[in-house]
Design a protein around this ligand. Structure first.
Ligand code: SF4
Length: 289
């Protein structure tokens, strides 16, 4: 069977970097306990494997109290690529954790921007999903209360003040076109607004490449965790182009119709899919199907 795998399939730069830091800590830890503040990636299989190797994902702050730290042997807390607020960072330091910061540098750049701009007196407008951990983290680096909006309609709800200056940033995974429309609307109101483009291309590139592949194959396979929103979105995009699109978490979920005549298979994967799962699927398609 012939197949094409998207070059952009799987871990983006920030997630790969975070996973590398976890591996580094496992090697270096020398008896220290290792925690991640939230599951390091949206992939239960990977999180379970890490747990078996002694890396515990903290899912709720209430779990922190049960962790005993002392200054001679600090526990390690790895911050995932989404980043955290300054308050959470301070709380973890107060509790005695040694912080290993795997915040994606693209997200850290937003933290630095909102921190500086809000200290300079600007009001911060964040375009993104208020409930997403990345946006919660960004909000927590503003020294004054930021405004978070997600849609064009919400621009009307911002109480602009002509005596103030504004700085607009975006969640890294926000849709380019929606961001452009919202910024144009804000600009048209005539206030003093500076815009920092903070959208990361990794998601856009993966979606564009997967769409192109799905349009030319007979069967498309999207690998990703069912809880990962970027994987679900990738599946929807591919299904629009290819009616025979399968969404799987691992090779075990793959149920291809062997009676169908399939000439070419496309493979892509969400940002939290490790390479070994992509390779297993490739091998199956090449050898067994
Ligand atoms: Fe970093 Fe972009 Fe990946 Fe987010 S999607 S972790 S910003 S590389």
């Amino acid at each position: 069977m012939e197949y094409i795998t998207a070059k952009s399939a799987g871990f983006c730069f920030g997630v790969k970097r975070a996973m590398d830091k976890v591996e580094e800590q496992i090697e270096l830890s020398a008896g220290k306990k290792i925690y991640t503040y939230g599951p390091i990636i949206h992939n239960e299989e990977v999180v379970k494997n890490l747990e078996a190797r002694g890396v515990v994902a903290i899912r709720d702050d209430s779990e922190l109290d049960a962790i005993v730290t002392d200054n001679n042997q600090k526990n390690v807390m790895i911050i995932r690529s989404h980043g955290i607020s300054k308050m959470t960072q301070d709380m973890l330091l107060d509790k005695g954790f040694e912080i290993v910061d795997a915040t994606c540098p693209f997200v850290k750049r937003i933290h630095n921007t909102v921190s500086e701009e809000s200290q300079n007196g600007k009001s911060i407008i964040i375009i993104g999903n208020k409930k997403h951990p990345e946006v919660e983290g960004i909000m927590g680096w503003c020294v004054s209360e930021p405004v978070v909006i997600e849609s064009l309609d919400e621009v009307g709800s911002i109480r602009f003040d002509s005596s103030k200056k504004y700085c607009v940033v975006a969640q890294t995974t926000f849709n380019h076109n929606k961001f452009k429309d919202i910024v144009e609307k804000i600009d048209s109101l005539g206030y003093d607004v500076s815009v920092v483009t903070t959208i990361c291309n990794a998601t856009y590139d993966r979606q564009t490449e997967s769409k192109e592949i799905a349009a030319k194959v007979d069967t498309m396979i999207v690998i990703g965790d069912t809880h990962s929103s970027n994987s679900k979105k990738l599946y929807e995009i591919c299904r629009e182009e290819c009616g025979d699109t399968h969404f799987i978490q691992t090779l075990d979920d793959l149920d291809l119709d062997a009676t169908k005549s399939v000439r070419l298979v496309g493979i892509t994967a969400g940002a939290s899919t490790p390479d070994y799962i992509i390779e297993e699927v490739q091998n199956y398609v090449r050898v067994d199907f």
